[in-house]
Design a protein. Sequence first.
Length: 201
Amino acid sequence: MTPSCETSSTRPRTRLSPQERRQAILAAARRCCVRNGAFDVAQEAGISRNLVYHYFKNHESLLEALLVAEGEILAARAAEIKPLTGEAPRETLRRLICAFLDFTAERADGFSLLHNAPDIKPLLRERFNASASLFSGRILDLLKLPDTPASHAAVEAATGFLLRFAYIERNALAHKRDAAADLCLAVIEAAANGVKKFEEV
């Protein structure tokens, strides 16, 4: 069910710096899923629609900024997952997958609906994927796959499965996280093994 936005007209106005105001608008947009453009966002943020358009020229630019911001958060979380002393690469990869699943579960009604909504233009989705490309890069490194077109294609396909699976099962991730992580790990490992066999031929 699409979440509704609370009216924030009674919320006291706070003087913010331009950067803080921009971030506040993005936060309001994330909570609202940006279903009705500036109207939803202005209501949630407690500001005028004109102020929203001062920072974002149109609905599409707001969506683009939101998707890029989400991608950067995902990339930062991926970068935080470091191999522990004595830890097998497989376990590090599993923790990386769990970080992604947690990221998706936290945004079950916002990020997931926004990223998969049918009215989101492919270019905007590509911007998110480009920002989150570090996630695929970490998988390549952990599995020690060769830097070849086949490796990149396999990892991109496996990551695509992870994105789609996490969206479809977003409401079940809270109580099926471990099983979901095991399934995603199996898919990624199968893709990696296929690449290794292909490169050996």
